[in-house]
Design a protein around this ligand. Structure first.
Ligand code: NAD
Length: 430
């Protein structure tokens, strides 16, 4: 795929911290495009979203007044198949953010080899200030506005920040009312009773466990004697901690927004989960010593799992990270300027687009089951998820050796190469 006109990568100023997770992603995209010698036309094609939709959502609020909300849906790429990506309801959402998150989904789906393109969407609103009735109206009107865009063979939404199984159920119902049949495959992340998949809730943490074990094996590390620190104790963090613990690892650090806890002998993860479920968070956890969030990330450990939010490992603290492996459960926890610092220290970073792809993989399984109308056992879901995550990890690891680059860059190389080659085979229509 070479040409005279290829993409030239520009190194970011080393100490100029790029805290915009999305800019960080584009830095890696550009670097991979340069290694692939991507033709500039293909580069531009892959950077440019296929569709960007802004819709107005007028709602009669509970107090009788009409308010107008703004909704977005961006389909970044649909070369590999229907586009897939979450919907978030946040007050500060921007089209730019949605555009970049949609691109992220394209690479994530390509890395784990599922036949989906990338998309993302959202509505500018603050769900904490809305009643359930208002939230349902917003969801239904947003869905109705996107009827020509979404669909099981076109674009398939899923939950993201501040949206959940109930919101997915409303989307499914609204779409079904318009097409005059029950169409469960139009969204994933639905309640089980409405065509959701077993194993979806645990899928992201399970995927993190599989790729972490894969990296440990390559480094000759055994679960017994491996100390793990997990930042964030929500869906991804708590499941990853529990499953790594079940494999024999010792979880010596857990944290959430309320505080960070250290126990050199290892936490009983089930008890910590019970505490978090009962109290809504980890505050007052009686099983370890409370330490500062800064100390927490810099703990002496073998595996660090940032599973909370973006921009946690930056050029400011990367040199003090002591883990041998970082498994990025969260999206964008490491900024681009931190990458070379971690690499110089010999830390193996399993990148977000691979590490947390278990969620979209089981969303794919949900879509398949809905379309076939036949549902799998939890054993089948987990076995297939494990196989896909293991294959993706091995492919990324082998590419990192072949190109002599980090796992992150290798993951981008695999993803971009796959989408670019598919594009060239399909050809440019027009
Ligand atoms: P969640 O809301 O269930 O949990 C987030 C956790 O992070 C909570 O325990 C919260 O207290 C904690 N947290 C927030 N800020 C923190 C901070 N500054 N320090 C320490 N802890 C903090 O969310 P989740 O679904 O577990 O998602 C976590 C991350 O994983 C996000 O980046 C999300 O985009 C990503 N992700 C999630 C999925 C999924 O299937 N849930 C899939 C792919 C990626």
């Amino acid at each position: 795929m070479g040409s005279e006109e290829t993409v030239v990568y520009q190194e970011p100023a080393p100490l100029l911290e790029k805290e915009n997770a999305l800019e960080s992603m584009m830095t890696r995209f550009d670097r991979a495009a340069e290694i692939l010698n991507l033709e500039s036309g293909v580069y531009e094609y892959l950077k440019t979203p296929v569709k960007q939709i802004i819709v107005s959502i007028p709602i009669q609020m509970d107090n009788g007044k009409i308010e107008i909300f703004e909704g977005y849906r961006v389909i970044h790429n649909d070369i590999l198949g229907p586009s897939k990506g979450g919907i978030r309801f946040t007050p500060d959402i921007t089209l730019d953010e949605v555009r970049a998150l949609a691109a992220w989904m394209t690479w994530k789906c390509a890395v784990v080899n599922i036949p989906f393109g990338g998309a993302k969407g959202g509505v500018k609103c603050d769900p904490t200030k809305l009643t359930t009735v208002e939230l349902e109206k917003i969801t239904r009107r947003y869905t109705a506005n996107l009827l020509d865009i979404i669909g099981p063979e076109r674009d398939i939404p899923a939950p993201d920040i501040n949206t959940n199984e109930q919101v997915m159920a409303w989307i499914m119902d609204t779409y079904s009312m318009h097409v005059k049949r029950t169409e469960t495959a139009v969204v994933t992340g639905k309640p089980l009773i409405l065509g959701g998949s077993l194993g979806r809730r645990e899928a992201t943490g399970r995927g993190c466990m599989v790729v972490t074990l894969g990296a440990m094996e390559r480094l000759g590390m055994k679960p017994k004697g491996t100390n793990v620190v997990v930042q964030g104790f929500g869906n991804v963090g708590s499941v990853t901690a529990r499953l790594l613990n079940e494999q024999g690892c010792t979880v010596i650090g857990i944290s959430d927004i309320t505080g960070a806890y250290y126990n050199p002998k290892g936490f009983d993860v089930d008890k910590a989960i019970e505490h978090a479920q009962k109290n809504k968070d980890l505050a007052g956890l009686p099983y370890g010593e409370k330490i500062s969030p800064t100390e927490f990330l810099e703990l002496e450990c073998d595996v660090l799992v940032p599973a909370a939010r973006e921009n946690q490992i930056t050029a400011r603290n990367a040199s003090r990270i002591k883990a041998k492996i970082i498994c990025e459960g969260a999206n964008g926890p490491t900024t681009a300027p931190a990458d070379p610092i971690l690499q110089d220290k010999g830390i193996v970073v399993i990148p977000d687009i691979l590490a947390n792809a278990g969620g979209v993989t089981v969303s794919y399984f949900e879509w398949v089951q809905d379309r076939v109308g036949y549902f799998w056992s939890i054993e089948k879901v987990n076995r297939r998820l494990d196989d896909m995550m293991r294959s993706a990890f091995n492919a990324v690891y082998e590419a990192s050796e072949r190109y002599n680059v980090s796992l992150r860059l290798a993951a981008y190389i695999i993803a971009i190469d796959k989408v670019a080659r598919t594009l060239l085979l399909r050809g440019i229509y027009g």
